[in-house]
Ligand binder design. Structure first.
Ligand code: TMP
Length: 220
């Protein structure tokens, strides 16, 4: 899949503190003269935002959740991510497919293989071009995983806002989510950067910048 833009995703359990660092990186890339789009999943388009409201608030089984987040992702890819990458822009995406493997796969225990098939359908090039071509699956160049012990994240969330369906899950759920992230990182070691988020925000920010520089995406 040819593209001239740059795609970075941000992952972690709820309460891991991604947002300020996404803003910080947007600022750093804009200083380099790049056009930056900050977006999120599920969401990022009017349709995907409607699906987000359903996924975050309505009780449903894990397969329904997975199908809805992948439907939202498809719309987001078609209408926001792929066009922006084609224009050479920087896409900073608050969550992407690793969240589906971590939450629906790890947290909910939904079948990993089925998620892989959905991933190939939604992000793959198999439905365009020659059928005999090997499938390429669109992934970010860099995935920054804000890793934090589940209990620490839960303590941080207390009283911050009214919890949604996921934020009100018990600590054990988030331990399974974190295990899902670890499994994804093992499968894709070169695109993942794990950041220890159980440290002061300025050190987390330092590590985020270093991870981006290590990848050659920002100058040292
Ligand atoms: P957030 O964007 O505010 O972090 O919240 C999104 C929530 O949705 C978060 O709890 C993780 C969950 N989620 C999934 O369960 N599966 C997914 O594929 C994505 C992108 C998010």
């Amino acid at each position: 899949m040819t593209r001239s833009g740059l795609f970075i995703s941000f992952e972690g359990i709820d309460g891991a503190g991604k947002s300020t660092h996404i803003e910080g990186l947007a600022h750093a890339f804009r200083e380099q003269g790049r056009v930056v789009t900050i977006t999120r999943e599920p969401g990022g388009t009017p349709l995907a935002e409607r699906l987000r409201t359903l996924v975050l608030n309505e009780p449903m089984d894990a397969m329904t959740e997975a199908l809805l987040v992948f439907a939202a992702r498809r719309d987001h890819l078609q209408n926001v991510i792929l066009p922006a990458l084609g224009r050479g822009e920087v896409i900073l995406c608050d969550r992407f497919t690793d969240s589906t493997f971590a939450y629906q796969g790890g947290g909910r225990g939904f079948d990993w293989q089925v998620l892989s098939v959905l991933e190939e359908w939604v992000q793959g090039t198999s439905l365009v071009g020659e059928k005999s071509e090997p499938v390429q699956v669109l992934q970010p160049e860099l995935t920054i995983w804000f890793d934090l012990p589940a209990q620490v994240a839960a303590d941080r969330l207390v009283g911050v806002r009214i919890p949604d369906k996921f934020e009100s899950q018990p600590v054990a759920f988030f331990e399974h989510v974190a295990a899902g992230y670890a499994k994804r990182m093992q499968a894709y070691p070169s695109r993942f950067a794990r950041i220890d988020s159980d440290q002061a925000p300025e050190f987390v920010w330092r590590d985020v910048v270093h991870a981006t520089q290590d990848k050659g995406l920002l100058p040292w």
